[in-house]
Design a protein. Structure first.
Length: 285
């Protein structure tokens, strides 16, 4: 089995990738900024490095046959002090990792971008990912881009709002998506190591509208649905001041507006369902 470096190993998707690699017998090297977040049971090797500090990556790819990168700027809107942008990390940071992989003659890179990335390039979040995909295509290295429609964990915000009696729908809520559990994306990433496909969009088993996702949260919580519709234009005006204080959070919310206004549906991969995920999360509240 191959030795695989995982960048972004301490994130939710990264942890699932580590488990899936180990389950299949691969030797796992985790690239992390804070090694205290992992133990020897999580990875065979733990190396410290920061994608935004190129010197720290020296040697990280030595002796590995493949790299899986799900590393990027934080998707947590509550980490207001973190000012690293998606261009800083998702694009420039992964470029540094790509350079190190080329130096070490790595055989394959698997990168996690997003479904419909090209259609959403007017947003910084999507454009940063797609700029790196462009660099991968030009690199000469063998690669696969895994494109999830949207992680279940992102939908937890809908459940949290519903628990407070609020359901926010941007626009009319008619656009559709089939979100996917991180564990199912992890399987796709690991299987992509042996795939010749360069573009792998992946989605979950249930295609629902954005409005239906909000209604599902209320239904799971067994509460009467209270929906408020906000036009995309008004929402953009509301978040505009954020750009002055934290570009990353503004870009994340701007992407959140844009992605709800288009269909983001991909071939079904895996069988975990959003209702079950909401139910388990609601029981922990």
């Amino acid at each position: 089995m191959a030795t695989v470096l995982v960048a972004g190993a301490t994130g939710q998707l990264g942890m699932w990738i580590l488990r899936e690699l180990k389950r299949r017998g691969h030797t796992v090297r985790a690239l992390v900024r804070n090694p205290a977040k992992l133990t020897s049971s999580d990875a065979d090797e733990i190396v410290t490095g920061d994608l935004t500090a190129p010197d720290s990556l020296r040697g990280a790819c030595d002796g590995v046959q493949a790299v899986i990168s799900c590393a990027g700027a934080s998707m947590n809107v509550n980490t207001f002090g973190d000012r690293k942008s998606f261009y800083d990390v998702d694009y420039q940071g992964n470029l540094q990792l790509l350079a190190e992989a080329r130096r070490a003659s790595v055989g394959k890179i698997v990168y996690v971008s997003l479904a419909n990335g090209e259609q959403l390039r007017q947003t910084e979040y999507a454009d940063a990912h797609e700029k790196f995909v462009d660099a991968l295509r030009a690199s000469g290295l063998k690669f696969s881009v895994v494109r999830p429609t949207g992680f279940f964990s992102f939908y937890l915000e809908i459940l949290k709002f519903a628990a407070k009696g609020r359901g926010v729908v941007i626009g009319d809520g008619s656009c559709r998506s089939n979100p996917i559990h991180e564990a199912d994306v992890a399987v796709a990433c690991v299987e992509a190591l042996a795939s010749d496909e360069t573009d792998l969009p992946v989605g979950g088993p249930d295609t629902i509208t954005r409005k239906d996702a909000v209604l599902l949260a209320f239904d799971v919580l067994q509460r009467p649905a209270k929906l408020m519709s906000v036009s995309p234009g008004v929402f953009k005006l509301l978040i505009a001041p954020l750009k002055l204080f934290n570009r990353r959070i503004h870009a994340l919310m701007d992407f959140g507006i844009a992605v709800t206004q288009v269909d983001v549906v991909a071939p079904v991969r895996g069988g975990q369902r959003l209702r079950d995920y909401f139910t388990a999360a609601a029981q922990k509240q």
